[in-house]
Design a protein around this ligand. Structure first.
Ligand code: APR
Length: 247
């Protein structure tokens, strides 16, 4: 895998925007959604990741999320998560440097690796929020007890703090993400099939506004033909082979 061109782009970037999907956590042992052994090959999204599914069978939905929380709890950030956190701190030393990480992942591995300026487009699996009132809290306990959890404020069911199919993205986060994409001179896409909208608009938006579009993925995606640089490979492997010295 030739990562020299990636190194050069990272070195010269002034406004770097990174957009990640499930593939960035694959080498940490977290399954992706659509690839080989992907979650949506084994489970039906309609049964587990929609507001209707939660209304029909909250116990089933919560058991699936509790299983995923346990998997993630036992996983560690990999070389790609760590490198992105390092790149962010190196760029923040530049007077005109700007770094934004936009992730579709709910696993929290970027935050555990030290990333700071991060937009969680699809929410956070470690947040529980009430299905009826405004109550929400962070809860990293594994296993979760009781299941399903109950809102202490109004006794309704708590739900996972993630965005389900058919739900809008948090609007302030979406606005911040579009601004970051428009301002980027380098837009780096890692480990997403780029099939889920509106998130998948962001690389196109960045490109329209003049960013260099770089993609890292072991397989070609809907985006690859648009990319200025396509690095065919796994994320952690790609970052393990590059040196990060941003002056
Ligand atoms: N490194 C980089 N990319 C990888 C790796 C790896 N080690 N392993 C797999 N990939 C790539 C796959 O080739 C695929 O293109 O990661 C991508 C994962 O795609 P999806 O499973 O579709 O995940 P994602 O794009 O994040 O899904 C978007 O869909 O179900 C919803 O809300 C969920 O946020 C998710 C959204």
């Amino acid at each position: 895998m030739d990562t020299r061109a990636l190194e050069v782009s990272l070195l010269n970037a002034k406004s770097l925007c990174v957009f990640t999907g499930a593939g960035v956590s694959q080498e940490s042992g977290i399954p992706t959604f659509r690839g080989e052994n992907g979650l949506w090959k084994q489970f039906r999204a309609e049964d587990l990741a929609t507001p209707e599914a939660f209304e029909r069978n909250p116990q089933l939905v919560w058991e699936w999320y509790a299983w995923r929380r346990e998997l993630i709890h036992n996983a560690q950030p990999n070389a790609a998560h760590r490198a992105l956190a390092q790149i962010e701190s190196a760029l923040s030393m530049k007077s005109d440097g700007r770094f934004t990480l936009i992730t579709q992942n709910v696993d929290g591995l970027h935050q555990r690796a030290g990333s700071q300026n991060i937009i969680l487009l699809h929410g956070d699996i470690w947040v529980l929020r009430c299905s009826a009132c405004d109550f929400q809290r962070r809860d990293e306990s594994v296993p979760l007890h009781p299941l399903p959890p109950i809102c202490p404020a109004c006794r309704s069911l708590l739900r996972p703090g993630v965005v389900w199919f058919g739900e809008p993205l948090p609007s302030a986060d979406w606005t911040d993400a579009t601004h970051a994409a428009e301002a980027a001179d380098v837009f780096l896409v890692i480990g997403t099939s780029a099939l889920v909208y509106p998130a998948a608009h962001l690389p196109q938006l960045a490109k329209q506004h003049g960013a260099q579009l770089i993609e890292i993925n072991p397989e070609r995606t809907a985006l690859s033909s648009l990319a200025d640089l396509f690095i065919q490979g796994k994320a952690a492997e790609a970052f393990a082979s590059i040196q990060i010295h941003i002056e």
